[in-house]
Design a protein around this ligand. Structure first.
Ligand code: ZN
Ligand code: ZN
Length: 158
């Protein structure tokens, strides 16, 4: 029974370290079975460095609903009153807020919601490039902010 320790990479993978070790012989027996469930890539929160794709992020949305109101008019003691019943018929507009927050610490993230959602539909091999672009965008913002506070002129573009 030779146990391969190729996957033992130390401390970097905390929560899913064990699951990446696959029984090789078992996999050969059941070739029709799908490959082991791949793990989500890491998009680290800049504040707590937890993976936003596994730990979660949230946003709020503004919705406009179409409500039908049926009005009734009646008399009580010589006075006219009106009352109405509401019936919500449909959501006619839904707008997601731009701000997205880290689930773990409920802190504002440096990316707009639509930027993070660019990962939606990406293949697992495309994802690292999308994540790298998000991180680069974050560092660009930080660089510009720092330069602004120092009063530096805008960086010369070659
Ligand atoms: Zn966080
Ligand atoms: Zn929404």
């Amino acid at each position: 029974m030779a146990m391969s320790r190729r996957f033992d990479r130390g401390s970097s993978s905390r929560s899913h370290g064990e699951s990446s070790v696959v029984g090789i012989s078992e996999q050969n027996e059941k070739t029709r079975m799908p490959a082991p469930k791949p793990t989500l890539p890491d998009l680290p929160c800049p504040n707590c460095s937890k993976n936003l794709l596994t730990e979660g992020f949230y946003n709020s949305c503004t919705e406009t609903t179409w409500v039908h109101e049926e009005n009734r008019t009646f008399i009580v003691n010589d006075r006219i009153y009106m009352d109405h019943d509401e019936e919500t018929l449909d959501t006619i507009a839904h707008e997601c807020d731009l701000e997205a927050y880290c689930r773990a610490r409920q802190t504002l993230l440096p990316w707009a919601l639509y930027q993070i959602r660019e990962l939606d539909g990406a293949t697992l091999s495309e994802a690292p490039a999308v994540i790298a672009e998000l991180l680069a965008e974050m560092f660009r913002q930080e660089f510009e902010k720092a330069a602004y506070h120092r009063g530096d002129p805008a960086p010369a573009v070659a």
